[in-house]
Design a protein around this ligand. Structure first.
Ligand code: NAD
Ligand code: IPM
Ligand code: MG
Length: 355
């Protein structure tokens, strides 16, 4: 029976990068006999323009019924003045919530080929291999908020951060399980010197850690963690943190590998999982055919590994990306003198050839 992949390109560079990843999946399918089928659905600003909503019900239903979702990116200046509940970003937030995707795994691995692209010193980034386990459907992203109210003669707005013990327990367990399969260290990141939610977070993670005596637990405040990521990133194995801190720290960590265009992610939870690069719709380069497709291609590899248990095909795709880079191909975000210039199509082609 065909394995149904729902592809949601979204906005901006979303179509360019998902087209590229599907090309690579098709090659892996031809080689490994995966039996994949692809159904395309709208979300984001594109869906808002067509249907008046960024997340049509049929997109949610199809995602739920699929074997895995490949998501591009949503958003763009065009929709900046849309009513807040209808913003394109609501599409990805809604999908995460509807699918119960409580955990977002964001691996950051700096291959030797790319060490020199980091703006940091080579000795700082060499060997970086960490994964951020970000809580994805709680915290300040999903708390009550007020866009505007009058108080004491002034306009104000507010967003409420909240976490419950079960919400922290399930993400902490996943972080410890992930660390068990890696180098056995979890760094829990919070702001417990200030925030009540962070104190509950730290207490709960410490309780969960008792079930994992072989995994080391370290706690860091988020401001220090941001600095340590730039100072000594090789100290990290698994970083476990809340929704907002995870969002910010993962864009920072992306710099270690030279470009955010390289970074994949897997969002997992109660039913179907969703796979997307960590970057956005990159309106500044959209439509030019120059986006780095590797973050999305590596997300597709994660889909094969986690949702379809096709390890050999996933590994072949990851190796093909490494090989294309080792052979000197670079999209503009990574290009410098002496390397082969590749646009999105050429990068896709050389990766497809190497699968
Ligand atoms: N999951 C998502 O759909 C998602 C994630 C992040 C941001 N967004 C949305 O995307 C829009 C743009 O946000 P932003 O500009 O802050 O962040 P962004 O990640 O889209 O872009 C930041 C910078 O990185 C570059 N970049 C990103 N992806 C790249 C790639 N694949 N190849 C080469 N360069 C790449 C961009 O050109 C830009 O200079 C906003 O509407 C934002 O809300 C969506
Ligand atoms: C688009 C936005 C809602 C999203 C987030 O903040 O989670 C993005 O920045 C990400 O990292 O996936
Ligand atoms: Mg982000």
């Amino acid at each position: 029976m065909a394995k149904k992949i729902v592809v949601i390109p979204g906005d901006g560079i979303g179509k360019e990068i998902t087209d590229s990843a599907v090309e690579v999946l098709k090659k892996a399918d031809a080689k490994f006999g995966l039996g994949l089928s692809y159904d395309y659905y709208d979300a984001g600003g594109t869906a808002y323009d067509k249907f008046g909503t960024p997340l049509p019900q049929e997109t949610i239903d199809a995602a739920k019924a699929s074997d895995g979702v490949l998501f591009g990116a949503v958003g763009g200046d065009k929709w900046d003045n849309v009513e807040p509940t209808l913003r394109p970003e609501k599409a990805i937030l809604g999908l995460r919530k509807h699918l119960g995707l409580y955990a977002n795994l964001r691996p950051v691995k700096v291959s030797d080929t790319l060490v020199e692209y980091s703006p940091l010193k080579q000795e700082v980034v060499k060997g970086v291999d960490l994964v951020i386990v970000r809580e994805l459907i709680g915290g300040i992203y999903f708390g009550d908020r007020c866009e505007s109210e009058q108080k004491d003669g002034h306009e104000r707005a507010w967003d409420l951060e909240n976490y419950s013990v079960p919400e922290v327990e399930r993400i902490a367990k996943l972080a410890f399980e992930t660390a068990k399969l890696r180098r056995g260290k979890v760094t829990s990141v919070d702001k417990s010197n200030v925030l009540a939610t962070s104190r509950l977070w730290r207490r709960t993670v410490a309780e969960v850690s008792k079930g994992y005596p072989d995994v080391e637990l370290d706690n860091l405040y988020v401001d220090n963690c941001a600095m340590q990521l730039a100072l000594r990133p090789t100290q990290f194995d698994v970083i476990c943190t809340g929704n907002l801190f995870g969002d910010i720290l993962s864009d920072e960590a992306a710099v270690l590998g030279g470009s955010i265009g390289m970074m994949p992610s897997a969002s997992i939870g109660e039913c179907t999982s969703l796979f997307e690069p960590i970057h956005g719709s990159a309106p500044d380069i959209a439509g030019q055919g120059i986006a780095n497709p590797i973050g999305t291609i590596l997300s597709a590899a994660m889909l094969l590994r986690y949702s379809l248990h096709e390890e050999a095909a996933a590994k072949a795709i990851e190796d093909a990306c490494d090989k294309a880079l080792a052979d000197g191909y670079r999209t503009p975000d990574l290009w410098k003198e002496g390397f082969k210039k590749a646009n999105t199509d050429l990068m896709t082609e050389v990766i497809v050839e190497r699968v």
